[in-house]
Ligand binder design. Sequence first.
Ligand SMILES: *[C@@H]1O[C@H](CO)[C@@H](O)[C@H](O)[C@H]1NC(C)=O
Ligand SMILES: *[C@@H]1O[C@H](CO)[C@@H](O)[C@H](O)[C@H]1NC(C)=O
Length: 277
Amino acid sequence: MAKHRGKDEEEKQHQTSWKDFIYDRRSGEFMGRTASGWALIILFYLVFYGFLAGMFTLTMWVMLQTLDDYTPRYQDRVANPGLVIRPKTMDILFNRSEPLNYGPYVEQLESFLHQYDDMEQKNEQCVAGQFFEQDTHPQKKACQFSRSVLGPCSGLLDPNFGYPQGEPCVLVKMNRVIGLKPRGDPHINCTAKNEGSLQMQYYPIEGKFDRMYFPYYGKKAQETYVQPLVAVKLLLTKENYNTELTVECKIEGTNLRNDDDRDKFQGRVTFKLTVTE
Ligand SMILES: *[C@@H]1O[C@H](CO)[C@@H](O)[C@H](O)[C@H]1NC(C)=O
Ligand SMILES: *[C@@H]1O[C@H](CO)[C@@H](O)[C@H](O)[C@H]1NC(C)=O
């Protein structure tokens, strides 16, 4: 019995000490602090965090003041551009007798090339073969790239881009790099890895990227810029059908890198092509 009573009392005491901790009637303390103590501590944190937020805002503002909308602030060296293709896939596969089968590729090329329409572009007719440098003007002009230079791959004469003939066009595009001025005569050279005999045609002639599309000044400074393109027409023959061809396109004739082991898209692009009939 005595033991029991002791336990009850202990429990009671325990409860009262908890209650006392939450609110102690005698000393007027709430959670171990008086009202003025709490007020001070809240005030301290308010001031402290307010100060931190102020510091952050101030440094951010100072930083932003030093940025220029037109040119990147830090660019220690000009990056090496990557290559990409349209249609946007690494595996082109179609039955040339089935319009529904190659239709999506044709539609993609057509809608991609829309921005190069003569009606769409109000860009300058530039002098071929030389860089279009405009360092003194804040708003830069851009050179026209007309669809028609892509010849049979322009979609203007052949709306199906050669897909039903088994001679599909693939467009190669070089990613934009601000300030890039490639040396030499950059051009695209594609090779079929396992099929040495595969014939290809390049548009514009020799697969060249003309110098007039360089340097690029950035999205804000040069709003109307359009990237130059090279079209590759892969002239498959009957013996190339039903096999998977691996085609690698590289940028050549310039100082741009195309053989980085770690980056398969730097200056080059590889895709697979299978045509059936
Ligand atoms: C393209 O590359 C192949 C193999 O690397 C080479 O034999 C050929 O001369 C190159 N063509 C051009 C136009 O550079
Ligand atoms: C390609 O399409 C044609 C016409 O529809 C069909 O006869 C042929 O079997 C197809 N080929 C393959 C490999 O599916």
